[in-house]
Design a binder for this molecule. Sequence first.
Ligand code: GLN
Length: 531
Amino acid sequence: MAKHIFVIGGVLSSLGKGIASASIGFLLQKMGYKVAMQKLDPYLNVDPGTMSPFQHGEVFVTEDGAETDLDLGHYERFTGLATNRNSNTTSGVIYENVIKKERKGEYLGKTVQVIPHVTNEIKRFIKKLAVDNDIVITEIGGTVGDIESLPFLEAVRQFRLEVGYENSMFIFLSYVPYIPTAGEVKTKPTQHSAYKLREIGIQPDILLCRCEKELDEEIKQKIALFTNVSEKNVFSAIDVDCVYEIPKIYFDDGMQSRICQHLRIEERNVDFSRWDTFLNNIKNPQDGNIKIAICGKYIEHKDAYKSVVESLYHAAAWNNVKLYIKWIDSEAQYTSQEYHSLLNDVDAILVPGGFGIRGIDGKIEIVKYARTNKIPFLGICLGMQVASIEFAKNVCNIEDAYSSEFNENCKNPVIALMPDQKYIDDIGGSMRLGAYPCKLTPDSLAFSIYKQENITERHRHRYEFNNKYRDIFEKHGMKFSGTSPDDLLIEIIEIDNHPFYLGVQYHPEFKSNPENPHPIFSAFIKAAKNN
Ligand code: GLN
């Protein structure tokens, strides 16, 4: 029977529940347990696919094509394990399922209620992940006291009753602020939040207190007394410079022992060797600094590019360089001259994914700058599409080249919807979502990076390179070094006589982690370093 850990947040949002859950996942996974992680989101959207990155940050895409919360990215990066469609659900899905069942008459005329029908649906979802896994870690979105998260908390309260104490554990992430005018930390918000949790029948087993500095014993005793948690189970979760330090901090504090004792599982060795090398490289890089420009329209909300940024850090660490990111607002309508002065101190340029016409002209200028000045360039998804438009305009002299995403009636849609749509997934409307195979051309930059002919990468887009323009592009020196195995879809573009120019229709950033940086990012950073 799988053991369950529930991670619940109190006091306020943004305490880093995702990272805390991922760090616990890391420790258990490294002990050799089969771990699965999931996030329950209290909002009513069916998935985050249609939510604005300005508000919600990145949409993380799983291998099987689910558009999910960005916390799943943390889970994958910390555990190295792939999540899937069953790793994220929302109140929207839960209620949708209950209502569908009601319409089909599955409740046999009973009054359909939050308890037990909605809570049963939630428990059913949690149990899905328990199959073939030793430990399921379930993070509950939102903060204790929110109306929205109540059904989830009620469901996990019932869950404990069903599976028993030693098969379930509640970890409560709270906040202990330091108040400068009083010159001390305050435990009251944590006390009240824990009362609130107990009010709904959940007694936390472990308390993780976010704080600026390590809490002293006296404070921990006080928190333990008021929250009814054993003092040994009250941990400080201090602010850190780099989130990847957190598993080690938990480990040094002995959290794994407390978890193993509670769940009655064997405490095994945790091998930190590769992780430590990575951390050491991040903190003390030996080969200098590099500066990478990321050009996008969501730069005010950097979480929108979470996986891209993390992938750059992973690759920088293994290249032994310190990474600086220069954010360039593609919507700012700079002149070419201004772009030149903005970009002349960067070692490489990355244009990430995105949707819609806003900022496109700026991106075209930026890609032109990278191509003509021979600055290492990586275009991801929309970035690759913009690179194609730029190449069409400025190299192939197709003046009105564009994407039909930005102008349905444009005369030369070098990026367009595929006529037969055979690759399209139902979920997410007409998007190509999730992992798709790609065949690489030998003797290409792409092949030299992956060192194999067949790869799979994750996608999230509607539009594709328009095959009508293949010949003219090739005539002008564009190489299509990666295509779908049936050769219908262009997956990778590159050009010769450039230190590094690569556009990929997929999102390599979803498959990078600190122990195994993605080869594209490694090669890109290496090119930046040599620039
Ligand atoms: N907007 C583009 C498309 O739908 C690119 C999407 C992306 O960058 N993820 O094809």
